[in-house]
Design a protein around this ligand. Structure first.
Ligand code: CDP
Ligand code: MG
Length: 835
């Protein structure tokens, strides 16, 4: 592997010189120029990494894992040694690791334990152009951290000046007051020298510790798009490096017709045409998601077989998306055999994060899956959305990496020029911020005022206010905006705040195991097969949930009947999900069960995986400690999944043995408290109701436990409670919006009373605003459980929650500290003068 000719290598010396002189450096470079794989090595080769690790963040788990593997290969070292990675629930690093690839979420979690990121000498916020929510939060957090670093220098300068005066005082007994005044001036100058920098960065209080040069944290921000100036302006005009890429011309061909409606089919047809008519060169198709990609791969494979024998050569079709096990992802980095054309069908991971070499033809559907926030429900959803012109250019550029290429756009030039948005708003502006705000609060940044936090692109104040209000309702914040112990425990759980809160309540009530199962089932997308379950009538699912191959209509109908019967026995969707999982576990996690009940194996396996991980966090240690858990190669997620899919024998082995257990370590989180309450129950632990907590959730719950489950969910979903109207089955949500909605017809059937009225109180998972507003995934609840929550749902002073009062307190404390410092300097000066 010769990496010496990658563009970034040619700028290594300049970049290093800039890093030496500046705390923050921005590097802009075309995708594939070597930012992700080479920068860390350039830094290591220059001696960074000796006083702390070089941490490189990736917005996606897959990015961190594949890149770490690649860099280990390049350096000819074993993965997990000098080069390692850490992603949620998996850590392959050791005490000698110097280059660590990690997701931005993992680095934020690490900040919770180590606010100064003292384990790192350099942090590279990679793929910054993606503007993921966590990367955006890290911008603000690290900017504050760097500023405090200057504070430390400033504080130590003042202190050093004062102590120097003291020394001088001892050495120069009897010296004239004039020379002593010089000393005082020198002290003032030393403090002032650090001052302007401090002011520029908007630093608050002076920190207590001195910061030797080699312990100063360095930050590199890298991006594949031309947004360097914006980053530089945010980081106080830090230097920007533009690494020129190697890009060949790309011929862009727009479609005459708009294919946006049936882009997946159009993409397959276009690929087949290219394969038959165009000279050699790999094809890269951009689609939106896993199910859609799998379907397109299937179609391509079957269509290619139908082509006349001598009309085209061999076509190797490869999927590429984030959820693909890393082993399978690596296939796209292997060049094809001579005479074989590759066709890679990818999500937008192939746009900027993963560079596929050999691509000459790009097919751009013009769409992607994008998380968007439904302000009315306070929920995120993944929607197929138009890409921006910046992305369209990125996609086209993928065709010109090795030689001149062609990009086929499945949309018209008119659409591109007149309708396609310029850019995509960053995730922070289109997502629920409750989790992010909780994370910020948990970091305990001194004087944090969420509403005026220094975001690169501030989200709407309304979204921030809504997040603060939700966290208050969930007891995560007190009325002054301070984080509560409950809030801290929630922040340590890898779940959205509502589910995290439900889990904590479940722990208190003694139904943790059940609520973990519900949380896992809700977190796993698509547990129901097409045409089945509460989601079946949602049009959005038609594309992403293809009918299981080979399933006959009769079998489907039978599965539907079974599901319906089960749903009638359960109270609402949440308990149905729990019941289904428990039955599947009791049946030995078989594929047969999944098929007979209209479920989808992939979704169920995913739920099972999440469940296992959550059980480990909740039972055996805090989520942070889980991240530190070393995972051996043989138990890595991808392999586990393969084993699970590989047959029931293998699965049983997996169940009997289970994953390696982390050593229980006390923590301030839920894990810590559970460990205490479980005390003598052994490493497996007992639930509060005395039943052993199993990682598989095989137990069938008693009616009393199911009551507790609903109660715990009510506390977690306090922001999503709805009350039925008096005389009909319409509901009004109890949040400030007070919106009217009906139970989604696809939700589990709820029992009604003699008048045909549905339960008076419900919690809902999702508020969908289609033609008519609906509540989806509902669970009946009781007034006695809701009543204590209602006062918090009323008006609350959001400014106060934001931390305004705390900020005032912190400012007062800082002013007092600064005054004390100034007094110390003056006193030292006077003492020297007095001699
Ligand atoms: O980050 P950036 O897009 O600037 O480039 P990179 O990801 O560091 O990739 C540099 C080169 O390494 C490209 O030619 C990639 O195709 C190659 N690479 C690879 O072969 N296997 C990987 N797992 C990662 C990168
Ligand atoms: Mg990169």
């Amino acid at each position: 592997m010769d990496t010496s000719n990658l563009p970034i290598r040619q700028y290594a010396a300049d970049i290093l010189a800039a890093v030496e002189k500046n705390d923050v450096v921005v590097v802009i470079g075309e995708t594939g120029s070597g930012k992700t794989t080479q920068l860390s090595q350039i830094l290591l080769e220059a001696g960074y990494g000796d006083h702390g690790m070089i941490g490189v963040t990736q917005p996606r788990r897959v990015g961190a894992v594949t890149v770490a593997r690649r860099v280990a290969e390049e350096r000819k070292v074993e993965l997990g040694g000098e080069v390692g990675y850490a992603v949620r629930f998996e850590n392959r690093t050791c005490s000698s690791t110097k280059i660590k690839y990690l997701t931005d979420g993992t680095l934020l979690q690490e900040c919770l334990e180590d606010t100064h990121l003292s384990k790192y000498q350099v942090v590279v916020l990679d793929e910054a152009h993606e503007r993921s929510l966590n990367t955006d939060i890290l911008f603000g957090v690290i900017k504050k951290l760097l500023a405090s670093q200057d504070g430390a220098r400033c504080g130590s300068a003042a202190a050093a000046a004062a102590s120097w005066q003291q020394q001088q005082k001892q050495q120069q007994v009897g010296s004239s007051s004039r020379s002593s005044s010089k000393l005082a001036a020198a002290a003032a100058a030393a403090a002032a020298a650090a001052g302007p920098q401090q002011k520029r960065l908007g630093v608050g209080p002076i920190m207590a510790v001195a910061m030797p040069a080699q312990h100063r944290l360095k930050l590199l921000v890298t991006s594949a798009t031309l947004d360097g100036e914006k980053f530089s302006a945010y980081f106080n005009d830090c230097p920007v490096f533009n690494v020129p890429g190697r890009c060949f011309p790309v011929d862009v061909i727009h479609s005459q017709d708009d294919h946006m409606q049936d882009y997946a089919a159009a993409a397959v047809d276009t690929a087949l045409q290219i394969h038959m008519q165009q000279p050699p060169g790999d094809i890269l198709i951009f689609l939106t998601g896993q199910a859609e990609i799998d379907k397109a791969v299937q179609r391509l494979n079957s269509e290619v077989c139908k082509l006349p024998a001598d009309s085209a050569g061999e076509l190797l079709v490869l999927p590429l998306y984030a959820a693909l096990p890393p082993e399978l992802q690596l296939r796209v980095f292997r060049p094809a055999q001579p005479g074989v054309r590759r066709c890679i069908v990818a999500t937008n991971v192939a746009e900027t994060s993963i560079t596929v070499e050999g691509v000459v033809y790009v097919i751009d559907s013009g769409v992607m899956k994008l998380k968007s926030y439904n302000a009315a429900s306070g929920m995120d959803s993944l929607e197929v959305t138009a890409i921006s012109r910046v992305q369209a250019a990125q996609r086209a550029g993928r065709a010109g990496r090795t030689r001149p290429g062609k990009c086929f756009r499945l949309y018209t030039r008119r659409y591109f020029e007149r309708q396609m948005p310029d850019t995509t708003p960053p995730e922070i502006c289109r997502t629920s911020l409750a989790g992010a705000v909780l994370g910020l609060k948990a970091l305990g940044l001194p004087g944090l005022d969420v509403l005026s936090f220094d975001f690169l692109d501030p989200p709407e104040q309304a979204s921030l206010c809504e997040a603060l209000r939700q966290l208050y309702v969930l007891d995560a914040l007190d009325v002054d905006g301070g984080i509560t112990p409950t809030g801290r425990a929630m922040a340590a759980l890898p779940l959205e705040p509502a589910l995290a809160r439900a889990l904590l309540e479940a722990h208190k009530l003694g139904c943790l195991e059940e609520v973990i199962t519900v949380a896992a089932m809700l977190s796993a997308e698509h547990v129901f097969a097409a045409g089945q379950g509460p989601e079946s009538r949602a049009a959005a699912n038609a594309l992403t949930n293809p009918a299981p191959p080979g399933s006959s209509a009769a079998a489907q109908a039978e599965a539907g009947r079974k599901l319906k019967q089960l749903a009638e026995e359960c109270q609402g969707d949440h308990l149905l999900l729990l019941r289904l999982y428990q039955m599947w576990a009791a049946a030995g996690f078989t594929r047969d069960f999944v098929q007979a009940h209209g479920l989808e194996l992939r979704g169920m396996n995913f739920a099972r995986d999440i469940r296992k991980q959550l059980a480990a966090v909740a039972n055996f240690g805090s989520s942070h400690l889980q991240q530190q858990r070393p995972v051996s190669a043989s138990s890595s997620q991808g392999q586990q999944q393969q084993q699970q899919e590989g047959g029931s024998k293998r699965r049983r082995w997996d169940e009997d043995k289970g994953p390696p257990l982390p050593s229980p370590t006390a923590g301030s989180s839920l894990g810590g408290s559970l460990l205490r309450s479980e005390g003598s129950a052994g490493s497996r632990g007992l639930g509060l109701d005395g039943r052993p907590l199993s990682r598989n959730g095989r137990a069938v719950s008693s009616p009393e436990t199911l009551e507790k489950v609903r109660r715990a969910l009510t506390v977690g979903f306090a922001n999503r409670i709805a009350r039925r109207m008096r005389l009909h089955n319409g509901y009004r949500t109890c949040n400030q919006k007070g919106a009217l909605a009906q139970v989604h017809p696809g939700s589990s059937q709820l029992s009604s009373d003699d008048d045909g009225l549905l339960p008076e109180w419900l919690i809902y998972h999702e508020f969908v605003a289609t033609s008519r507003p609906f509540l989806r995934q509902v669970c009946p609840t009781r007034y006695e459980w809701v009543e204590p929550l209602l006062p918090k749902l009323q008006e609350v002073d959001v400014q106060r929650l934001s931390g305004g009062k705390l900020r005032a307190q912190a400012a007062a404390a800082a002013a007092a500290a600064a005054a004390a410092d100034a007094a110390a300097v003056a006193e030292a000066g006077q003492a020297a003068d007095g001699e």
